[in-house]
Design a protein around this ligand. Structure first.
Ligand code: GAR
Length: 193
């Protein structure tokens, strides 16, 4: 199963996926390309470390969504990679129907809350400020409605009295790093079966 990862930031989840691949724990999945919409995104460095091609792809003209010329470029570039799965791992940009329809049923997203609670920006901060006692993360299929597509799997994290926003965030990220590679491995096995 050919996997393309799209990200914007640090890329700790891309790193977890590549580490799982190196450990033989990614099922039949193979990451063939990492694409970032920010030229200085840390995610691009992980490609080098793990010997997977990584590149910046210009998303212009918009800042928060993928539409117009940027959308055309992303559709064309990603299509050439013939992906079976596109993983949004911290891709901080709204994906529009044209891109979604070009890869129907093949795009998954990682979100740092137990959806449908706390969609949108800063899922960790939203949960923390609301005072929930159980938070976590979600992997779901991407549909036109932001953070609302069918849920594939979730991992929960307890917020203990001694937790701070920082320790809670660290727990969510650790849960993400376990969940996302597992989901990819499972999908790769289902799809090859
Ligand atoms: C992750 O926590 C992911 O859940 C979040 O961005 C972070 C990326 O971290 N995604 C969203 O908030 C999407 N709405 P990373 O760059 O270290 O993988």
């Amino acid at each position: 199963m050919r996997v393309v990862i799209l990200g914007s930031g640090t890329g700790s989840n891309a790193k977890a996926i590549l580490q799982a691949q190196g450990d033989g724990a990614l099922g039949n999945a193979e990451v063939v390309q990492i694409i970032a919409d920010q030229p200085a995104a840390g995610i691009l460095r992980h490609g080098k470390t793990f010997n997977v091609p990584a590149r910046y792809l210009d998303p212009a003209p918009f800042k928060t969504k993928l539409e117009g010329a940027g959308e055309d470029l992303y559709i064309e570039t990603v299509s050439e990679l013939k992906p079976d799965l596109i993983v949004l791992a911290g891709f901080m940009r709204v994906i529009k129907p044209r891109f979604i329809n070009a890869f129907a049923g093949k795009i998954i997203n990682l979100h740092p809350s137990l959806l449908p609670s706390f969609p949108g920006l800063d899922g960790i901060g939203q949960a923390w400020r609301r005072g929930v006692k159980v938070g976590g993360c979600t992997v779901h299929y991407v549909t036109a409605e932001v953070d609302a597509g069918p849920i594939i799997d979730q991992a929960s994290v307890r917020i203990e009295p001694e937790d701070t926003l920082e320790t809670y965030a660290a727990k969510v990220h650790a849960a993400e790093h376990r969940l996302l590679p597992l989901v990819i491995a499972r999908l790769s096995q289902q799809r090859q079966a």
